[in-house]
Design a protein around this ligand. Structure first.
Ligand code: MRU
Length: 369
């Protein structure tokens, strides 16, 4: 997608030095556009854990490249695979909720079983990491095409009037390798000349909506308005939202969706107001082993400091400010689960389906047991 008119992906191999992976350091956005170089498994571990890179698809792609960097670090010829499994465990431990991360690490481990020398392992890991990143971008592109059809339909029903779409957090291209999931249909519809406007939930506590979604929509020229997290219900009650589209960090085989905390409340409000609520996701987000999102999806709990402090730009510097009594404790669940019954449909790279086991199996029959 575009940054100041130049095309970027969120992660790429440095063409002058294949031992270096470049990423956009998302901690500085929207104020500064900074790139970072990742050269070791440790660099990737820190970048994912401390959210220099974030979003389900991007942390999957980063973990794929992390496994490639792990092959470059191999030393003990008699224990190559156990060293790789150790790096895999390190990467898996960084963030627990998004399925894409575990998916990518296991894709790498499965691929690497067929290699034995270090040279073979490095070459295979490099190829696989690139394939994981390319697949993520291609899937998101397809999600955009499938989802745009829904927006076109609403636009036609409204005789070309603006289509108002509410989204939560950032499931745009910054959260993936390119295009995004929830925002991909919006970009595709905008490209087709459909009049769209996006309500952007700020998404406390880390404000991925206010800082990242607003920034990337602005870069693509898509009209949008930032709202505080609590406004969505009011807008829906007053006919100011035509549809909700969100992303997913992990979706069960039965269609329950873990996404950024607060998604559940938006889905409830949409349900109560007869507003369609869509979840856009690539199949790397689906956990085919799980059937109950509420009890089975691990929900990341992050530091309470993210609730107590806000970060922003002041006098040309990024500053961190305490907004609560210093000694009050804070709790910070990063995700919640929206039950399948509140979801109108899932939008995947293979098309749309009901949020249910039957629905998902119509698109992914290879997962039939
Ligand atoms: O904590 P983050 O920023 O990594 O959370 C991921 C998200 O951005 C969202 O939950 C998103 O809606 C789905 S993942 C693209």
């Amino acid at each position: 997608m575009n940054v100041s008119g130049h095309h970027y992906r969120t992660i790429w191999v440095n063409q002058a030095d294949h031992r270096c992976i470049n990423v956009i350091d998302q901690r500085s956005l929207p104020h500064r556009f900074l790139l970072e170089e990742l050269r070791s498994v440790h660099d990737v571990e820190v970048a994912i854990r401390d959210m220099h890179v974030r979003g389900a698809g991007l942390i999957g792609a980063a973990a794929g490249y992390g496994m490639y960097l792990a092959t470059l670090e191999l030393q003990d010829e008699s224990a190559y695979f156990s060293q790789l499994e150790k790096s895999a465990a390190t990467l898996l431990d960084t963030r627990p909720t998004a399925k894409n991360l575990a998916w990518a690490v296991h894709v790498q481990l499965d691929a690497l079983r067929s290699a034995s020398t270090k040279e073979e392992l490095v070459a295979l890991a490099f190829k696989t990491a690139n394939e994981i990143a390319d697949l993520d971008a291609a899937s998101c592109y397809q999600i955009g095409e499938h989802g745009a059809a829904l927006i076109v339909q609403i636009s036609q029903r409204k005789r070309g009037d603006v289509v108002n779409i509410l989204t939560h957090c950032n499931a745009g291209w910054l959260a993936f390798v390119d295009f995004g999931t929830a925002l991909a249909p919006i970009y595709a519809a905008h490209e087709k000349g459909i009049d769209v406007h996006v309500w952007v939930d700020e998404t406390r506590p880390r404000n991925q909506g206010a800082s990242l979604t607003a920034w990337e929509l602005g870069q693509q020229g898509v009209p949008h308005t930032i709202i505080s997290d609590n406004v969505g219900g009011h807008l829906m009650q007053h006919g100011m939202v035509d549809m909700v589209i969100v992303g997913s960090d992990r979706t069960t085989a039965t269609g329950d969706v873990a996404n950024k905390v607060g998604t559940y409340l938006k889905a409830l409000a949409a349900f109560d107001n007869n507003i369609p609520c869509y979840v856009a996701l690539p199949s790397s987000t689906i956990d085919w082993e799980l059937s109950n999102g509420l009890t089975e999806i691990p929900i990341e709990e992050r530091s309470g400091d993210e609730v107590k402090y806000v970060e922003g730009m002041s006098d040309g510097e990024i500053k961190r400010i305490l907004i609560t009594p210093e000694n009050s404790p804070a709790m910070n669940y990063a995700f919640d689960v929206t039950p399948a019954r509140l979801i109108t449909a899932l939008i995947t790279e293979r098309g749309m389906c009901a949020a249910s086991r039957e629905g998902l199996l119509t698109l992914y029959p290879e997962h039939q047991r």
